[in-house]
Design a protein around this ligand. Structure first.
Ligand code: FES
Ligand SMILES: [Fe+2]
Length: 346
């Protein structure tokens, strides 16, 4: 199941340059490059002639030349040159996709181009906001995108999967959880009051005693999860909105389906303390990366089982409240999109 009329993260801005980059998104092979002026371009990665991937070709100025018989395609996807003939055959063009650079990522619109409004790009300003230190990265994941969404909406797993990094038992046993739902949004707020800080927080926050810790997970369809996490010394008023004397971070996630069983996982970590300290930014990032690799092992193992067995149905538990709310939104949006494209086709 893919939702098409959305902006997805296609690449880090630094990945796109003068060498064509091939990447499959929502099952479609796409090739990315930049013009000489630096403008990002996305084509379907399939030559109009004999369907060789255009990513095997090379750039000639702002035109992409196919590796096989040398057809060239301009930035609008139209063929501009066929070696050995004057006439450009009708239909000699490749599909182009709307792309926008924002927050140090390249975003791509996978649906009806007429609906591609850049104002609809999900906010990830923490990556280029001078008030935050941040670093982002990419993981290729052998799992369906919804397994990654599920994982990020269920933070009780921190106690089990991440016991040596960002989790401790206090999370599973002592947390107060509140879930707010809107038509296209789920926010899960979890407070862990008067408990030991987890190992990562203890290191970077230099806490002497117990902390009040929050995790606020903001889910926006199809697959954006922005986690507001932090801790302050217990009793200093964080639950009432006073965030002083502690640390605040954002864990930022954008999952882009590659195929039904693989995903591009763009993520990063931002912090609101000592923001110019690149060494600290890196240290925090590396700790979270260690934890994320633990997650990748989990959802790729789930996917291997899902590839083999489709029943019995999965059992739900109380900790799945956020997961189930998000799944309901996604399946409603999918139905709406399918109904919309049926209407458009009629
Ligand atoms: S396949 Fe591309 S030019 Fe022939
Ligand atoms: Fe995790």
């Amino acid at each position: 199941m893919f939702l098409r009329n959305y902006w997805y993260v296609a690449a880090a801005d630094t990945e796109i340059g003068r060498t064509p980059l091939a990447r499959t998104i929502l099952g479609e092979p796409i090739v990315f490059f930049r013009t000489e002026a630096g403008e990002p371009i996305a084509f379907e990665d399939r030559c109009a002639h004999r369907h060789l991937p255009l990513s095997m070709g090379k750039l000639c100025g702002d035109e992409l030349q196919c590796h096989y018989h040398g057809l060239r395609f301009g930035t609008d996807g139209r063929c501009t040159r066929v070696p050995g003939q004057e006439h450009i055959p009708q239909g000699a063009r490749v599909r182009t996709y709307p792309v926008v650079e924002r927050y140090r990522w390249l975003w791509i619109w996978m649906g009806d181009p007429a609906l591609a409004d850049p104002d609809k790009i999900t906010d990830f300003h923490w990556f280029d906001d001078p008030d935050w230190g941040a670093k982002s990265s990419y993981l290729h994941v052998e799992a369906n995108w919804q397994l990654v969404v599920d994982n990020l909406l269920d933070l009780t797993h921190l106690a089990f999967v991440h016991g040596t990094t960002i989790g401790n038992m206090a999370l599973a046993e002592h947390a107060k959880v509140n879930v707010t739902r809107a038509p296209n949004n789920v926010v899960m707020t979890r407070w862990i009051i008067d408990q030991d800080p987890p190992p990562t927080f203890a290191k970077v926050g230099k806490f002497a005693g117990h902390v009040d810790r929050w995790q606020i997970i903001d889910f926006v369809p199809p697959a954006f999860l922005r986690l507001d996490v932090g801790a302050t010394p217990t009793g200093t008023g964080a639950p009432e909105g006073e965030r002083v004397g502690g640390i605040g971070m954002r864990n930022l996630n954008a999952i882009t389906p590659e195929t039904e069983t693989t995903s591009h996982y763009f993520w990063g970590q931002a912090h609101d303390f000592d923001v110019k300290n690149a060494e600290l930014t890196n240290r925090i990032f590396e700790q979270i990366r260690t934890a994320f690799l633990e997650d990748v092992a989990v959802f790729s193992a789930q996917q291997r089982n899902l590839n083999i067995f489709s029943d019995p149905p999965q059992v739900d538990i109380a900790a799945d409240t956020g997961v189930l709310a998000a799944r309901r939104i996604l399946s409603r949006l999918y139905d709406e999109e399918q109904a919309g494209s049926r209407v458009a086709a009629e």
